[in-house]
Design a protein around this ligand. Structure first.
Ligand code: FES
Ligand SMILES: [Fe+2]
Length: 415
C-alpha cells in the first residue's frame, strides 16, 4: 500500500514532476528503425506526456525533434522531408537531424537561425530501435543490451501500446505469482514447451528473494518441486521499466521494456533475439499469438475491443480461465482494466513482495534523481550480459551462487 502522495510520485509522469525528470535521464526506445524510411513520412512520437517527431533524411540519419515548430508551433509531422532536412510547411523553416535551424525564408537576416536552440535530441540506432535521450546535458552510457549488437535478422523488437499507466505494466512483469493463474490457459497446456512455464501450474505461492543491483533488482522466485528440486525463475529488472524474463541461454533472450507515453498510455516493447539463428523462424510460441502483424503496434486491432474480447462462454465451459486470447493480451486486459491503480486501497500479501521492493527501488531512484545523485548507475552496469533465468535446480543449491555462476558463464560465452 502507498500513500496518495507516493502513488502520485511513481505514476505521474507529467512535465514538472520528479518522475518526469527521472525518466528523462535514460535512453528511451522510441520507435522501430524500420518505421522511418529515408526521405519518407515523419512519424509522431509521444513520450512522457510530450510530443515529438522523428524523421530519416535521405542520408539515412535519424532526427528526433520537438513536434511543434519553434516558430509558431505548427506540427513538423506535416513537414517536407528533403535534403536531409525537415521543413515546416507553414513558413518554410528547416531543421537538420540535430535540430539546428538551417533556413528561415521569412527572415532577411538568416543569423536568426542560430538563436533557435533546443529543438533536437541525441539519437542512437541499435537492435532495430531508434533510442532517444530527452534529458539535459550529456546522455548516460548507452544501455547496450545484447540484442543492440545484432541486426534485424537476429533480433525482433515488437512495439505495442496499451491504455494503462506505465507502473502497473511494470508491476506485472515482476509479478511471478500471476503466471500460473492469469496465464493458466498457456501454462496448463502441456503441448506448449515454453521456457518451462508449465512448471508453475498449480504452484502459485513462490518464495521471493530480492537483491539490489546497480541497474535495479534481481527478483528470484522459487517454487518447490518433487524430488528435492526447486524451480527457480530470476527476473532481472532494469529501472525504470525493463525486465528480462524466463530465458536462460547466453546467446538468446527475451525482454520487455515499458515506456510511459502519458499517464494512461504505455509503449511496451517485446524484444526477442537469438544470435545463433534468424529470429523470425525461432520465436517463442506466445510471441505472435493473437497479435497483429505490424511490429509498430501489434496490439492495434485489439484496442477498443471490450475486455480484449473476453469470451464468457469459453470461461463457463471451462475452456479458458481468463477468457482473453493470448498471454500478452491477458496482461494488457488486466493492466487496462483500471487506468491508474489507486495503491492506497491495496492489501499486499507475501505474493507481492517483488512489487513492494520494486516500488521502494523506484522511489529511492527518484529521490536520488531529485538530489542530483547517480540514479542510473549505468557505469557500473554490464547491460550486455543481463539475462533472466528459468531452471530446475537441486533444492540444496544456493540460488545466488547459481545465478552468479550463470552470469560469469555468459560473460565468457559473449567474449
Ligand atoms: S510555424 Fe513553422 S515555419 Fe512558421
Ligand atoms: Fe503476465
Amino acid at each position: 500500500m502507498l500513500t496518495a502522495e507516493q502513488n502520485r510520485l511513481v505514476t505521474d509522469v507529467s512535465p514538472g514532476t520528479p518522475l518526469h525528470r527521472y525518466w528523462k535521464k535514460h535512453w528511451l526506445p522510441a520507435l522501430r528503425g524500420e518505421a522511418l524510411e529515408a526521405g519518407g513520412t515523419p512519424q509522431k512520437v509521444e513520450l512522457l506526456c510530450e510530443r515529438y517527431v522523428a524523421f530519416r533524411g535521405d542520408d539515412g540519419k535519424v532526427g528526433f525533434l520537438f513536434e511543434a515548430c519553434p516558430h509558431r508551433g505548427v506540427s513538423l509531422a506535416l513537414g517536407r522531408n528533403e535534403n536531409n532536412r525537415l521543413t515546416c510547411i507553414f513558413h518554410g523553416w528547416s531543421f537538420d537531424a540535430e535540430g539546428n535551424c538551417t533556413r528561415m525564408p521569412t527572415e532577411q537576416d538568416q543569423s536568426f537561425c542560430s538563436k533557435v536552440k533546443g529543438q533536437g535530441f541525441p539519437v542512437k540506432e541499435a537492435g532495430g530501435i531508434v533510442w532517444v535521450y530527452l534529458g539535459e546535458g550529456e546522455p548516460p552510457k548507452f544501455s547496450d543490451y545484447a540484442f543492440t549488437y545484432l541486426t534485424r535478422e537476429y533480433t525482433r523488437p515488437r512495439a505495442s501500446y496499451n491504455e494503462a499507466n506505465w507502473l502497473q505494466n511494470v508491476e506485472t512483469l515482476l509479478d511471478s505469482a500471476h503466471i500460473g493463474l492469469l496465464h493458466n490457459d498457456t501454462t496448463a497446456d502441456k503441448s506448449l514447451p515454453q521456457a518451462g512455464l508449465q512448471l508453475v501450474t498449480g504452484n502459485d505461492t513462490p518464495k521471493y528473494v530480492l537483491e539490489s543491483r546497480p541497474y535495479g533488482l534481481s527478483s528470484f522466485s522459487i517454487r518447490t518441486m518433487p524430488e528435492a528440486k526447486h524451480y527457480l525463475r530470476v527476473t532481472e529488472f532494469v529501472a525504470p521499466g525493463t525486465a528480462f524474463i524466463g530465458t536462460t541461454e547466453a546467446e538468446a533472450g527475451f525482454m520487455i521494456m515499458v515506456i510511459p507515453v502519458n499517464n494512461t498510455r504505455s509503449l511496451q516493447w517485446y524484444v526477442y533475439w537469438d544470435k545463433r539463428q534468424p529470429i523470425d523462424s525461432n520465436l517463442p510460441d506466445f510471441a505472435l499469438l493473437c497479435t497483429d502483424e505490424s511490429d509498430d503496434n501489434f496490439a492495434a486491432s485489439r484496442q477498443g475491443t471490450p475486455n480484449y474480447g473476453q469470451d464468457r462462454d469459453a470461461m463457463r465451459r471451462g475452456e479458458s480461465w481468463s477468457g482473453v486470447p493470448g498471454v500478452i493480451f491477458e496482461d494488457y486486459a488486466v493492466a487496462e482494466s483500471i487506468p491508474i491503480v489507486d495503491r492506497t486501497r491495496e492489501f499486499l500479501g507475501s505474493g507481492d513482495l517483488a512489487i513492494v521492493r520494486l516500488r521502494r527501488e523506484l522511489m529511492e531512484r527518484i529521490r536520488k534523481s531529485e538530489a542530483g545523485e547517480d540514479c542510473l548507475q549505468a557505469e557500473e552496469t554490464d547491460y550486455r550480459s543481463l539475462r533472466a533465468l528459468a531452471e530446475v535446480i537441486p533444492a540444496d543449491k544456493d540460488i545466488k551462487i547459481f545465478a552468479e555462476e550463470k552470469r560469469k558463464q555468459r560473460q565468457v560465452e559473449l567474449i
